[in-house]
Design a protein around this ligand. Structure first.
Ligand SMILES: Cc1ncc(COP(=O)(O)O)c(C=O)c1O
Length: 436
């Protein structure tokens, strides 16, 4: 009975509103305020652990007099020499392994595509339709991987997330190398599949796990990388192929860092081991490293590509690769194929850097000298300090710190390029040795 006057009042107000406001019928009456009951910490992002951790680290670094080595502003392109704040540095912090970003043919292809198509794909390719250059790039990538077809996404990270989560589900198992990239882990998480990992490059652990677990799942996926991005080593592909066949599993290889780097003509880890490309069910790669642009791709069977084309959210609900980027990546691929000497020079530089570092007693971890060489320094603080001290000496290299890697293996990560000069490689190792 008590609430009657309130109800009547509300009703009267609504009727009156409807009369004066033609849109009122669509506007719900405001409900009670609830925000006063919410603890203040949930009304701000400042209390998120991600933010508080970041602030703590920044304050600790300031207290120790260590400058922030991240987000430096570079004045030119990502190449072996860079200018930061007017200072010229030898640069080891980019993936431009083959010097193809900034290459005149690659730039010209992008400019021509801009003049013809503008800078956007318009919308998702399902909506906006195709531009010939997008399909030409996919056909060229499919050829590299001896695959029936390929599909290009706008980001390498999104390629892994979308592909794994589209193909696998709660009744499946995905087992990955312990050092797998975050995009692989996010894809598995989203898929709802059971996740297991195996110790880095430990094929017998993988084999035994599958022997024990295989029968409990429908589909099983093994995911590895062609070249590990933090450590610079590679898996033994022939063994993985044997294991996947033995247990009726699919094998996915992330070639982000191995396309253009491994194999005499840059076709990646299968070429390196002279393996049959068709034994790998899902080839994943990026356009962001050796091909010097932006985007990711999947190469494999026509069925696989068709499923992703119509179902992968990162493709269906995301804009298509922009024509200038597709044209640039295609041009870069052509230069790579025409000039295998770039791959040879990259290999020589990587091997030389690894040798100089090892001879000086620097800890290069597992690196096999294929474009990525870490120098493990044992703590995040030391890695940041060394990065800053090298920068003062005109050498730009980024630290990799916890949680990117375990604290005790915090490191400086050197990316090598075919354009580095031998004397710069030697000098860098000597300078670093003098600081450690
Ligand atoms: C192994 C691996 N996969 C996927 C990615 C994501 O690629 P992108 O940077 O093109 O989004 C990276 C990025 O560095 C990577 O190292």
């Amino acid at each position: 009975m008590r609430i009657m006057p309130k109800v009547t009042n509300n009703l009267a107000r609504r009727i009156l509103q409807r009369k004066s406001d033609p849109c009122a019928s669509q506007t719900p009456a405001p409900s009670e305020n609830t925000w006063q009951q919410v603890p203040a910490k949930f009304l701000t992002f400042e209390t998120l652990p991600a933010y508080t951790n970041m602030r703590m680290m920044q304050e600790a670094a300031r207290g120790l007099g260590i400058g922030d080595p991240f987000f430096k502003m570079h004045e030119g392109q990502a190449s072996v020499v860079t200018r930061v704040n007017g200072k010229t540095c030898t640069n080891f912090s980019h993936y431009n392994y083959l010097g193809l970003s900034g290459h005149k043919e690659v730039n010209a292809a992008a400019i021509e595509a801009i003049q013809r198509y503008g800078t956007t794909a318009g919308a998702s390719r399902l909506v906006a339709g195709e531009r010939p250059v997008q399909r030409e790039l996919e056909e060229a990538l499919a050829k590299v991987y001896d695959a029936e077809d390929a599909l290009v996404f706008v980001s390498g990270h999104a390629t892994n997330v979308s592909t794994i989560s589209t193909l696998f589900g709660p009744k499946d198992l995905v087992i990955h190398d312990q050092l797998a990239h975050n995009s692989i882990l996010e894809g598995i998480r989203l898929s709802g599949a059971t996740r297991r990992s195996f110790p880095h490059n430990n094929a017998s652990f993988l084999d035994n796990t599958l022997r024990d677990l295989r029968s409990r799942f429908e589909r099983v996926l093994i995911v590895v990388e062609g070249l590990y991005s933090m450590d610079g080593d590679i898996p033994h592909l022939p063994t993985l192929i044997a294991i996947k066949k033995r247990h009726g599993a699919f094998l996915m290889v992330d070639e982000a860092h191995s396309l253009g780097v491994l194999g005499a003509s840059g076709r990646g880890i299968a070429e390196h081991f002279d393996a049959n490309f068709k034994d790998i069910d899902i080839w994943m790669g990026t356009l962001t490293k050796a091909l010097g642009t932006c985007g990711g791709f999947i190469a494999g069977s026509k069925i696989l590509v068709d499923i992703l084309k119509y179902h992968a959210p990162g493709f269906v609900y995301s804009v298509g690769i922009s024509p200038p980027l597709a044209a640039a990546a295609l041009a870069a691929l052509k230069v790579m194929q025409r000039e295998p000497e770039r791959i040879m020079r990259l290999r020589q530089n990587s091997q030389a850097f690894l040798d100089y570092a090892r001879k000086l007693g620097l800890n290069t971890g597992l690196s096999q000298g294929f474009s990525i060489v870490p120098i493990i320094v044992g703590s995040s603080k030391k890695a940041v300090q060394l990065s800053n001290e090298l920068y003062e000496r005109n050498i730009n290299v980024q630290p990799i710190i916890y949680p990117g890697v375990e604290e005790q293996v915090a490191r400086l990560r050197f990316f090598l390029s075919c354009d580095h000069q031998d004397e710069d490689l030697k000098k860098t190792c000597q300078t670093l040795k003098g600081l450690i």
